[in-house]
Design a protein around this ligand. Structure first.
Ligand SMILES: *[C@@H]1O[C@H](CO)[C@@H](O)[C@H](O)[C@H]1NC(C)=O
Ligand SMILES: *[C@@H]1O[C@H](CO)[C@@H](O)[C@H](O)[C@H]1NC(C)=O
Ligand SMILES: *[C@@H]1O[C@H](CO)[C@@H](O)[C@H](O)[C@H]1NC(C)=O
Length: 299
């Protein structure tokens, strides 16, 4: 009995540390060592000297964005993000996502954090989504209230853990969503190398209450700040003349060997979802009369 108790206690310790150590041994990247500008150059600026804190802005002339220099096949992607504090941000979309749509136009993969602006002066909405191999007609959106802290006042950490068989979304190192690769997903599970992206843009057509509230540039500029950028996993060459063998030499074990969350983490995730989730594609019978195959794991 004592031995069992000890083992359970020990497992408890392990799972706690697993949930809080996601980025612990990862050195934040400077912009120049891992990223390049994507568009809206004039709206991208550095807020510190080595360039570990980047601000991108949206005004009536342009949005802005950056991307990782290299593609990755399975990695942890993480950033501390502070959202625009403007009193009205309807139509504004701030993103942190992985994609390969430049390399695979008709069969791209994507894993998204999208922050959707508000018309009422308060709540940003957080949306997550996954596409695989061009499955753009099968959105896997979920939305959550983002109001248990003020995402515009402080930096909070948002992380995507993408492994061969699991996709995890974390907010401040608490898992909020898991997608397990199941056979029925086929190509819908992202399995080709992707770059990391961060952007801010005008999504007036859909972002706030389905497009009911548009952007109002009287309130511009809208600025999002990213710091503590971490990519920890397997980089890969997109060059087709190279064998596509990911370099996982320095990848942490939770990327190469991830095998699901610990029970305590699952409990925290359930609590989060019960409290804050406002929409899931798994519970939308008018859109998916038969839920998509992976939905069965979280009924
Ligand atoms: C929001 O509105 C309040 C009250 O009008 C004002 O004091 C504050 O500066 C505004 N905040 C921003 C970021 O514009
Ligand atoms: C991905 O899409 C391409 C092009 O549509 C197709 O040829 C391929 O079989 C798909 N792969 C999977 C795993 O479904
Ligand atoms: C934009 O906001 C300003 C200030 O609140 C307001 O006067 C104006 O009517 C708004 N514009 C639109 C198109 O709603």
């Amino acid at each position: 009995m004592a031995v069992l108790g000890f083992i359970l206690f020990f497992m408890g310790l392990l799972s706690v540390s697993a949930s809080i150590q996601l980025t612990k041994n990862s050195t934040p990247l400077t912009f120049d060592e891992a990223f390049s500008r994507l568009y809206g150059d004039q709206n991208l600026m550095f807020l510190d000297e080595p360039g570990t804190c980047v601000q991108i802005s949206l005004n009536e002339h342009s949005g802005s964005g950056f991307k990782s220099q290299k593609p990755y096949l399975y990695s942890l992607f993480s950033a501390s993000i502070k959202l625009p504090a403007n009193n009205y941000t309807a139509g504004v979309v701030v993103t942190f996502y992985t994609s390969n749509n430049e390399a695979f136009r008709d069969s791209h993969d994507e894993i998204d954090f999208e922050f959707l602006g508000h018309a009422d002066g308060t709540n940003w909405v957080l949306q997550t989504n996954v596409y695989g191999n061009g499955s753009v007609s099968r959105g896997r959106e979920e939305r959550y209230e983002l109001n248990w802290f003020d995402p515009t006042e402080d930096f909070h950490r948002y992380s995507i853990l993408w492994t061969e068989n699991w996709i995890l979304f974390y907010v401040d190192d608490v898992a909020i969503r898991e997608v397990k690769r199941v056979d029925g997903m086929r190509g819908d599970y992202p399995a080709k190398p992707m770059n990391l992206y961060a952007t801010i843009w005008d999504g007036s057509g859909w972002a706030t209450k389905g497009g009911k509230y548009k952007i109002n540039y009287t309130y511009a500029p809208f600025s999002a700040q990213y710091s503590d950028l971490v990519i920890n996993g397997c980089s890969i060459s997109m060059d087709p003349t190279h064998q596509q063998q990911p370099d996982c030499l320095n990848a942490p074990r939770f990327v190469t060997n991830f095998n699901g969350l610990m029970p305590e983490e699952i409990q925290k995730m359930r609590d989060f979802r019960t409290k804050y989730m406002t929409y899931s594609y798994c519970h939308n019978p008018s859109r998916y009369p038969t839920p998509l195959p992976e939905c069965t794991i979280d009924p």
